[in-house]
Design a binder for this molecule. Structure first.
Ligand SMILES: Nc1ncnc2c1ncn2[C@@H]1O[C@H](COP(=O)(O)OP(=O)(O)OP(=O)(O)O)[C@@H](O)[C@H]1O
Ligand SMILES: [Mg+2]
Length: 415
């Protein structure tokens, strides 16, 4: 039996710690995937083995801090503090600082080859743009800040059949993924551009279409804009749309290897990013071919690094559109001899209150298994509100259920 004041052979200790150290300890422990109590234990052990001439730490305003430590350690630590003539609060602050100094933040994991994620479905209004933006935002979040993530990996649990076994709403505070992300608005409608508070590029100037057609005058990089630098640092960028993309097919009529035109246009900026997401228009045709070609598996690229992310809804009409899309993808794979991976299916606008139609169609998406369901995003007001105020959802409502689910999605496709 474990009493409230003990945990295994650990006892609860209560002291004080300055806010800065409490926050740094919490973030660093999450970044390294260790328990706070183990970090403090390691820090105290290290502190006790060090000399007594450590620099004092400003402990003014220190607040109550409780953790569990091995029973003998705390008693020994108290007596060391007395011997060194420092207060318990000062000793603990120094110990935590020693642990932080010895355990630096891990470097952000960057893909060896830039990840290209093609968000597609020719069916309109399913949420391609919302998922492109949200997944990109989640990938770009600050690795030094903790945010809630839905940790359940078992979407079956959403159906309440208990198959996954864990709570579908279980949350964990995790550090951001810190990826450098480019969102490409590849839809002439320009929804992604407008929802993120930007204007489509003016017709007649340089644009992605002009770069694809080989008619651009300047650099593609000069068209890119940063999104909400306050929240995302300089990690989240957008290549805005231009209505000239409505004429993409005509413009590319005389271009050689047309399906490679998007790749040729984006290659010069690839080194600046870890992930490039393509928000496709609701159509099948040349733009989809060019996007799929861009998302193909390159030589030496690991499976699942790049590919298509298919956004669907939990309703029957989505299934027909899905069949059409996957048969086009299969044709393209054969005709162009591409290796094109499916990164997964995102079921968007999910609302279990719609009853059998919603739950049974979520079940059918999950039954496909390959590609697997990598995200289930609820139908929630915050998405529409964020669009209305033209802000990234993860800035506008970082703790809403949708943001929490989008972070889970970003992690699911980053495995
Ligand atoms: N999970 C969600 N909850 C609530 N509203 C959503 C959600 N996802 C998308 N929406 C809203 O639904 C509408 C259509 O979404 P979105 O524009 O992302 O779809 P789309 O597939 O990109 O459309 P199109 O085919 O026209 O490009 C938008 O108003 C969007 O804000
Ligand atoms: Mg769209």
């Amino acid at each position: 039996m474990t009493s409230p004041a003990t945990r295994g052979d650990r006892e609860k200790v209560v002291s004080k710690l300055p806010l800065r150290l409490r926050q740094e300890l919490k973030v660093r422990a999450a970044q390294l995937g260790v328990d706070i109590q183990e970090a403090v234990e390691t820090g105290i052990t290290a502190w006790r083995s060090l000399g007594s001439n450590l620099s004092p730490i400003d402990t003014a305003g220190a607040e109550s801090f409780a953790t569990f430590l091995p029973a003998v350690q705390w008693a020994g630590f108290r007596s060391d503090c007395r011997d060194r003539g420092v207060s318990l609060i000062q000793g603990l602050a120094q110990s935590v600082q020693v642990w932080l100094d010895h355990h630096p933040a891990p470097a952000v994991k960057r893909p060896a080859i830039v990840r290209r994620i093609v968000v597609c479905n020719q069916k309109g209004g399913v949420g391609k743009t919302a998922i492109t933006a949200g997944a990109g935002e989640a990938l770009a979040e600050d690795p030094a800040v903790l945010m809630p993530v839905r940790v359940s990996k078992h979407f079956a649990a959403l159906l309440g059949d208990g198959e996954g076994g864990d709570d579908p709403l279980a949350l964990e505070d995790l550090p951001g993924l810190g990826q450098r992300v480019l969102l490409v608005d590849f839809d002439p409608q320009g929804h992604l551009t407008k929802q993120l508070g930007h204007q489509p590029l003016p017709i007649g100037g340089d644009s992605l279409t002009n770069h694809m057609a080989g008619d651009a005058k300047g650099e593609l990089r000069d068209l890119v804009v940063a999104i909400d630098q306050e929240r995302f640092g300089d990690r989240l960028h957008l290549l805005p749309a231009c209505t000239d993309a409505f004429l993409l097919d005509v413009r590319l009529a005389s271009v050689r290897a047309r399906e490679a035109a998007l790749e040729r246009a984006l290659t010069p900026v690839e080194a600046d990013y870890d992930v490039i997401l393509i928000d496709c228009p609701p159509s099948l045709g040349l733009s989809m071919d060019a996007a799929a070609y861009y998302g193909r598996r390159r030589t030496a690229e690991v499976p699942g690094n790049s590919g298509t992310l298919i956004v669907v809804q939990a309703e029957d009409s989505s299934a027909d559109a899905y069949d059409l899309l996957t048969s086009q993808i299969e044709d393209m794979r054969t005709d162009l001899a591409l290796e094109l991976d499916y990164l997964g299916i995102v079921v968007n606008h999910y609302d279990a209150r719609r009853g059998y139609i919603a739950t049974s169609s979520l079940q059918s998406w999950m039954d496909i298994k390959d590609p697997r369901v990598v995200g289930v995003i609820g139908d929630l007001k915050e998405q529409k509100e964020a669009v209305r105020v033209k802000r990234p959802l993860l800035s506008y409502a970082p703790r809403c259920d949708q943001s929490i689910g989008l972070r889970a999605l970003a992690r699911e496709i980053s495995k």
